[in-house]
Design a binder for this molecule. Structure first.
Ligand code: SF4
Ligand code: SF4
Length: 344
């Protein structure tokens, strides 16, 4: 992989110039939190962001969109009006989440909507030197990343190491060659080691995933699931914030005459009662406990075709659930540790 370095003051210049490759998106402040938004005013862009409320998922697998319009005789898929985007500020855990979505939406049942958006979205990753309280990524091995980005900026305080991950990333660098330097010396390497060590020491929480998948397998009938089910509010917030949740529903929205209409896609959630309701009124997962068990099976045991757990340790379920149900609480309970009511 090609590695370069860049002075800190050049980042803003580079991002302004990168608009030639698509709309620039990045983290902005909204109230007390950071969210991805389109950057029209550069003073709003946060160059050293913390975790955004929603991950990059919202741009490649949007909460709602129109798949196609129909008029009774033909239909027109909405595949061509997706603008190219350059998204700055994507952390390693979210890039790992993106790789899981890539696998799901492209391998066996290719989803043209996801593929088109993904192809048109340049990912500019960043390292975070200060993990937030809920970050579990180091214990999951998702705090570093080797693929899934076009460029990755390792923030080393005085400068960035810039890892080039694709030919598009290479094109972006070559469009502004004066901003980058390919003379990597021992000084740069030492600073990289120093910053990584400093950051690693700041993680206060983690999950030892060595035995968790096996414990999930062995814990199908334990009382934990009913206990969590009684506490859960079925709000679905955990699934909204999780970078690897991907369930959706498709709804036809016809005009009043019924002669034309839209077929729209919305995020759905396996925690909701209706999600596993089928014709005849049978529900495969009648209780909230059963539905939570399914969710945690995906996050902590296996997911889709990769058969690996789909938790990337972002900690958003820890930050979000109003009744403190999250991966850390569940992992601790599986390990037989006393559950903390608070954010343990
Ligand atoms: S399960 Fe929780 S910590 Fe894991 S990826 Fe989803 S939101 Fe993040
Ligand atoms: S965020 Fe918490 S309360 Fe809401 S559905 Fe998820 S587990 Fe249940």
């Amino acid at each position: 992989m090609r590695v370069l370095w860049m002075k800190k003051e050049h980042l803003r210049v580079f991002l302004k110039a990168s608009k030639q490759f698509g709309e620039l998106w990045g983290p902005v402040q909204k109230g007390k939190v950071h969210v991805y938004d389109k950057i029209d005013d550069f003073s709003e862009l946060i160059l050293e962001p913390t975790k955004t409320v929603l991950s990059i998922k919202k741009l490649v697998h949007p909460p709602e969109f129109n798949m196609f319009r129909y008029d009774g005789e033909s239909y027109e898929a909405e595949l061509e009006n997706m603008p190219r985007k350059v998204v700055y500020g994507v952390p390693p855990c979210d890039i790992h989440g993106l790789l899981i979505l890539d696998d799901l939406f492209t391998r066996y049942y290719p989803d043209p909507y996801y593929i088109k958006r993904r192809e048109r979205t340049a990912i500019l990753g960043v390292s975070f030197c200060t993990p937030t309280e809920g970050c579990l990524c180091k214990s999951m091995g998702t705090d570093v990343v080797e693929e899934g980005f076009d460029l990755f900026f390792s923030d080393l305080k005085d400068f960035y190491l810039v890892w080039v991950g694709s030919s598009l990333g290479d094109d972006m660098v070559r469009a502004e060659p004066d901003l980058f330097n390919d003379n990597i010396t021992r000084k740069h390497t030492d600073k990289f080691i120093e910053c990584k060590t400093e950051r690693d020491e700041k993680f206060t929480r983690g999950i030892d995933m060595t035995v968790i998948p096996d414990l999930m397998e062995l814990s199908y009938d334990i009382p934990l699931w009913n206990e969590l089910g009684e506490r859960c509010l079925e709000c679905g917030a955990c699934t909204v914030v999780c970078p690897t949740c991907n369930c959706y529903n498709i709804v036809d929205e016809p005009s009043i005459s019924g002669s034309k209409g839209d077929r729209r896609r919305y995020w759905d959630c396996c925690i909701y009662t209706e999600y596993s309701l089928v014709a005849g009124g049978h529900n495969f997962r009648r209780t909230r406990g059963e539905r939570l068990r399914l969710w945690y099976s995906h996050k902590l045991k296996s997911f889709g075709y990769s058969e690996k757990p789909a938790c990337v340790g972002c900690g958003r379920c820890i930050d979000t659930c109003p009744v403190d149900i999250n991966v850390l609480v569940v992992a601790r309970a599986l390990l037989g540790k006393k559950e903390h009511k608070g954010k343990s």
